[in-house]
Design a protein. Structure first.
Length: 77
C-alpha cells in the first residue's frame, strides 16, 4: 500500500480530484477579483464544498463494492 492510499483511502483518485476542484473554486474569486468577499462569493463556497464532498464519497472505477481496490491482490487465498 502506498502513502497516498494510506492518507486518502482506496478512492484516492476521486478524493484528490474533489479536493483540488474545491480548492480551485475557493481560490478562483481571489484570482479573478483580487479579493474574497463572503457576501459576493458565498455561492462559490457552496460549490467548492459540494465538489470536495462529492470527491470524497465517490468511488474509483478500480474499487469494488467495498473499499478494496481491484488492483490490490488478496494474499489470503
Amino acid at each position: 500500500m502506498n502513502t497516498i492510499t494510506k492518507i486518502l483511502g482506496a478512492n484516492w483518485r476521486t478524493t484528490l480530484t474533489g479536493y483540488l476542484t474545491g480548492a480551485f473554486l475557493i481560490v478562483e474569486p481571489i484570482i479573478t477579483n483580487g479579493n474574497f468577499d463572503p457576501k459576493r462569493d458565498w455561492k462559490q463556497c457552496v460549490f467548492a464544498l459540494a465538489a470536495a464532498v462529492y470527491g470524497n464519497v465517490s468511488k474509483d472505477k478500480q474499487v469494488t463494492g467495498g473499499t478494496t481496490p481491484n488492483d490490490i491482490k488478496n494474499d489470503n487465498h
